[in-house]
Design a protein around this ligand. Sequence first.
Ligand code: F6P
Length: 501
Amino acid sequence: MPLSEALWSILTEAETTPITELFAQDPERVSRLASEVAGIRFDFSKTHLGRSVLDSAARLFAEGGLAEAQDQLFTGQIINRTEGRAAEHAAERGSGAPEAVHLAAERRHRMRSLIDAVEAGAFGDVTGILHIGIGGSALGPALLVDALGRREQRYNVGVLSNIDGQAFDAAVQDLDPGTTLVVLASKTFTTAETLRNAQAALAWLQEGGVEDPYGKLIAVTASPGNALEFGIDETRILPFSESVGGRYSLWSAIGFPAALALGFAAFEELLEGAAEMDRHFRHAEPAANVPFLAALSDLFYSQRLGCETRAVFAYDERLRLLPDYLQQLIMESNGKSVTVDGQPLGRPSSAIVWGGVGTDAQHAVFQLLHQGTRLVPVEFVAVAEGDDDQDPAHHRELLLNAFAQGAALMSGRASEDPARHYPGDRPSMTLLLEQLDPRTLGALLAFYEHRTFAEAVLLGINPFDQFGVELGKSIAHAIDDPDQLAGFDPSTRALVEKAGL
Ligand code: F6P
């Protein structure tokens, strides 16, 4: 029986014992379902995962399916079958086919040389970086710089993704064209938004008095030929591998603005943290393997209890971009309705991921989480050590709030007044980082990558393609042509006409 079928049987037959009862039945539940890996405490004990599901799923894991897929991932085999490619993001941090690991190291060296050149003044006085890219070519760098660059950032970094001119205006607001380097990050170097914004950046540099605007451009791409054609000198092109997917690419040269702004040593620490999680995912036994357990929980809620969504709340302002980053990672990877073999999936794929920042979210969306009719598994991501200049009471209360929400969701509180009754038995998991540094963030992001991969393997789908985004792109071109527009539906035609396009 295929792995996904076997897991489906386990999950659909699983008991749904209330979480508080699971605690009562098993005094060891916390030590069984909470563990420390790479500076992060992963606590899955406030979920409905019971002993029998855990044991059956662990047996399944041990019998081969997932382990085989892990081997394929870490040895550079063609696991992205629809595109005929390997998925070699882990090679960027040292785990993979030897030639891929070697090539990644060589390219990282090239990135380092360019950083050294910037620092040595080869580009004149540089005070700012305008990073232009979209999706995986922007979300990772934006998260890294926002999370880790609050204390000291050697350059002022603006990240621009949207084609909306408002976004351009906002991104360059604090940048001086005379002292800004423009990074064009695009795996394909064909993405409409990025190329439009690149042209706008060239005009911005020129209008700002820069004599050689092209000399201020740096390209990061897996298609160096397209960057050359765009007019970027070969010495300022940082290549990365075709087998590194966009949403898995922040470890490659796509991380260049972060490596420049935070320092190369910090970037290397980030990779080392991710490598530690790679080793854990590859070698830890199922019952203690955190990406596997999290994926199992995700599938339990989507397949057994029909949860359409799950929510992630960062209880740390420095991680405010994490939910955005995860939305692309998870939904672009696992939002599919066919299997690897092109058959209908026949069961729910990945849940919709949404979220926000605590404690703000408590005063906005938590009402529904506590008392709404829908069951939403919640994930809290918090950092034990604060790093702000305020009274430590702020950070203390922030953490107390995160933990209180998990406890409240699970325990509930009975009341004779229906409006004041909290049903409880609402699941959550908590990820508590010791501190937020490059190493721990690297481990956290690699955890999410492997959890997404494990979920895909357990579903039997390919997490590494994204054909679902192509149709809209081609229609955006087509409706710009009056002849083709005539063949579209009346609503679309009327909208184009009303907007005066
Ligand atoms: O449209 C989706 C997508 O292809 C993402 O997968 C990717 O991260 C993003 O666009 C940007 O693509 P590129 O890096 O090729 O510009």
